[in-house]
Design a protein around this ligand. Structure first.
Ligand code: AMP
Ligand code: MG
Length: 406
């Protein structure tokens, strides 16, 4: 029985587990997923401090201040950012204070420097001010013990800032999978080569490597091999040393499609082969020990789409990420979809926003070999198996792709 898309994905996610936890230096943590919840070890701000350059005062001293009734307060000193600011301030006094400097004990509000005039050893105030103006209070942003970043969050600049603030020079994360890629096919020549009759330049291994890099995973070995069983066997064995092995091509039922029998010979247990999916029916998923193996069809657009729907979320799950894929959005079909299949179809399409609404149209050319469709699309339109024709104006589920199109 050929699995459908949902069941195949469920089976994959059931099997694959997050990799070990360890710590990495903060500066090398971007793109990795946190393995623990981060709770604030202390509040932020960590002490009451001034939000402006100005003068710390007691609000009560200025209660009656106006242009007709200026109040003069004696300048006690200056607290700059980094000073401990421990000197007590009393009624009748003010303290010059810098942005970020601690509010001195006794003060309860800060007047901006723009609103005062200095007169020798005193400051002239001509306005009253409420308490707690221009003060950033301890814990008002993040309170102590706040669960500020949940485990599984991918670390980006905002998380790095937070981790740095709380003193995480070492960050608890999951190890990322090491990935090997083997492109198979006797027709393939390297990018620097000149294809002869019947040959093409190999592109899948670069594409797949690019997608792996988008997830900040590690590339162990990337290779290209002709359809020669002995060579394939050696290359596969080496590639199986990774956490995830991606095989491109040779997965179907052609006479030279050796990948599946060779994986079997090498001790790979087949979890499934072939799914009700378009493009990319002959998807293979298996395991050997701790290594997960995806056999992707050689057709570039098939392996592109299958990577999005199967491999990317698996990499993320292994990395310990909470969010395994970009959410699908609802979009309005610009044109009808008349042809549907017995298989789940992910159509390459163009997603755009018109008057704040998502609209989408499938590309007219959906060939699974189509490299052109990859650069021309920025979304996958999900069309169910055995779906009725979808008229223009229907709402469809769309997976946005990270791809800039003209
Ligand atoms: P296969 O899955 O090996 O039967 O290949 C299916 C189609 O994809 C054939 O037209 C191949 O020439 C093409 N193809 C296979 N591998 C690659 C590759 N690595 N780069 C580009 N095209 C490929
Ligand atoms: Mg082939």
């Amino acid at each position: 029985m050929m699995l459908n898309y949902e069941d195949a994905r469920a089976l994959v996610f059931q099997n694959v587990k997050p990799l070990e936890k360890y710590t990495r230096p903060l500066t090398e943590s971007q793109g990795l997923a946190l393995s623990e919840d981060i709770s604030a070890p202390h509040g932020m701000p960590s002490f009451d401090n001034s939000a402006v350059d100005g003068y710390a005062v007691q609000a009560a001293d200025l209660a009656e201040a106006s242009t007709g009734n200026p109040v003069l307060l004696k300048i006690l000193g200056y607290i700059s950012a980094g000073d401990s600011g421990e000197e007590q301030m009393c009624s009748g006094q003010c303290v010059q204070i810098a942005t970020g400097a601690p509010l001195p004990p006794g003060a309860n509000t800060v007047v901006m420097v723009e609103d005062i005039e200095v007169e020798g050893s005193h400051v002239r105030f001509t306005q009253s001010i409420p308490e707690k103006e221009n003060v950033r209070y301890q814990g008002e942003d993040i309170s102590e013990g706040d669960a500020i970043i949940p485990a599984g969050t991918v670390i980006g600049p905002a998380q790095i800032a937070t981790l740095a603030t709380f003193g995480y020079s070492q960050v608890p994360v999951h190890r990322v999978p090491k990935v090997s890629i083997v492109s198979t096919g006797s027709e393939l020549v390297d990018v620097v080569g000149q294809p002869q009759a019947g040959q093409i330049r190999e592109s899948n291994r670069f594409m797949l490597a690019g997608m792996v890099k988008q997830e900040s995973c590690e590339l162990l070995k990337i290779s290209m091999v002709p359809d020669l069983p002995q060579v394939l066997k050696e290359e596969f064995e080496e590639a199986l040393q990774a956490d995830v092995t991606l095989i491109s091509g040779g997965m179907s039922v052609g006479d030279k499609d050796f990948a599946r029998p060779i994986l079997k010979e090498l001790g790979v247990e087949e979890i499934f082969w072939k799914i009700k999916f378009k493009p990319g029916k002959p998807l293979f998923f298996g395991r050997r020990g701790k290594t997960w193996i995806f056999g992707l069809p050689g057709n570039p657009a098939s392996s592109y789409v299958l990577f999005e729907e199967f491999v990317r979320p698996v990499l993320r799950k292994m990395m310990g990420r909470r969010i395994l894929e970009e959410s699908m959005v609802k979009a309005i079909l610009d044109v009808p979809i008349t042809k549907t299949y017995k298989r789940q179809h992910f159509m390459r399409g163009v997603l755009h926003v018109v008057n704040g609404e998502f609209r989408v149209r499938p590309l007219t050319f959906q060939g699974s070999h189509s490299i052109g469709s990859m650069v021309r699309s920025n979304a996958l339109i999900r069309v169910e198996a055995d779906s009725q024709a979808l008229p223009a104006g229907s709402k469809v589920s769309v997976r946005p792709l990270r791809n800039e199109i003209a």
